[in-house]
Write a protein that binds this ligand. Structure first.
Ligand code: ZN
Length: 145
């Protein structure tokens, strides 16, 4: 029986990354910049990626750099060891990016005391690289506002 080392990275199920703009969200962390698809006609951000804007139906959409800063809207802490190799507890949160109301990402909140999480706290992106995937996770933004 194989034992998981204490300092091994957490087990992740990685997405199948498509070519082009559709897969950009999973690759953009390579240079540390979060990119979200944006409509070039009306400026609406679209996440997850779509090939057409839900606001104006334009197909002129492309990933654009965003600040990587947002607000924690809600979260839950998983304390269940669903499978071997899973490091619990961990937080799953809904983050709204500063760029647009309702521009939400479901992600993990990391690098913090789980008991210190609060609705409305400011967070910033931090990437976790596994193979050719960069996962956009969020941590408390301790920078002065
Ligand atoms: Zn649009």
């Amino acid at each position: 029986m194989t034992q998981t080392l204490r300092n091994s990275p957490p087990r992740r199920y990685l997405p199948v990354i498509e070519e082009g703009a559709r897969g950009e969200f999973w690759r953009c962390g390579a240079d540390g910049v979060l990119r979200i698809t944006r409509c070039q006609s009306c400026g609406h951000y679209i996440h997850p990626h779509r090939d057409a804007c839900p606001q104006c139906h334009s197909r002129d959409v492309t990933p654009e750099a965003v600040s990587g800063k947002g607000t924690l809207e809600t979260w839950t802490v998983n304390r269940q060891k669903w499978f071997r190799g899973l490091d619990e507890p961990f937080a799953v949160g809904a983050v709204t990016l500063d760029e647009q109301a309702g521009l939400n990402l479901t992600t993990n909140i990391v690098n913090c005391d789980l008991d210190a999480l609060s609705i409305g706290m400011k967070v910033r992106v931090v990437f976790e690289n596994i193979e050719d995937t960069w996962l956009a996770l969020f941590e408390p933004d301790t920078a002065k506002q």
